[in-house]
Ligand binder design. Structure first.
Ligand SMILES: [Zn+2]
Length: 133
């Protein structure tokens, strides 16, 4: 991938990561705000809901952050835009839609085709990944 393209994706991913970190900070602050015990049962219920919602949100954000960081690492080590499965180039159109993608569209479709197949691929994948460490 050309340097100009890599710079584009690096900026895009870095900005998304910064947004997520800001959202996470805000969510943390809001959880603290609702920590005050309330005597009103309705308000209490709504606070509990808010807290659950925020914790779920933070979990979802954390997973997304991990994916973004992994994509940034792939930009640095030069494997960004290369399919992890077949080693082909992931189309730039696909990367624009999903910059965190690690599989080309063919491999992604194949992966989605069968749950059983995914389990098989993963059990085959793990020892191979460890061998590189
Ligand atoms: Zn592929």
């Amino acid at each position: 991938m050309r340097k100009r393209e890599l710079d584009f994706f690096r900026k895009l991913l870095t900005r998304r990561l910064e947004e997520l970190l800001m959202e996470a900070e805000r969510a943390k602050y809001q959880v603290k705000e609702t920590d005050q015990p309330s005597s009103d049962p309705m308000e209490l219920a709504s606070n509990e809901f808010d807290r659950d919602f925020l914790l779920r949100l933070r979990d979802r954000e954390r997973k997304l952050m991990i994916k973004i960081k992994a994509a940034l690492e792939r930009i640095e080590d030069g494997t960004f835009g290369t399919c992890e499965e077949c080693g082909d180039k992931i189309s730039e159109k696909r990367l624009h839609a999903r910059p965190m993608a690690t599989l080309c569209i063919e491999c992604k479709h194949e992966q989605e085709a069968s749950e059983k197949r995914i389990e098989y691929e993963e059990s085959r994948e793990r020892p191979r990944l460890w061998a590189h460490m």
